[in-house]
Design a protein around this ligand. Sequence first.
Ligand SMILES: [Zn+2]
Length: 70
Amino acid sequence: MYYSRKRTLNDIPEELTAIWSCTNESCNGWMRDNFVFLVQPTCSMCHSPMEKGEKLLPAVANTSPIQSKQ
Ligand SMILES: [Zn+2]
C-alpha cells in the first residue's frame, strides 16, 4: 500500500487506493479493491473484464475485514 503525504486545500487527506477499472474505453466504471471479493471482477455497468490499477481518492476508513494481499 502506498499513501500520499500530500494534503488537499480542504484538508481531506487523499491516498493512492487500489482499484479495479473497466477495460472498456467507452465505460468509466471502476470500484475500490476493498469492495471486490472476486479474483477477476467484471464491470457492474457493462460486464467487461476489469484490470487492477490505482487511483488517488479521499481517504476513508477501511472497515473491510479482508486485507489486501499485496
Ligand atoms: Zn464497464
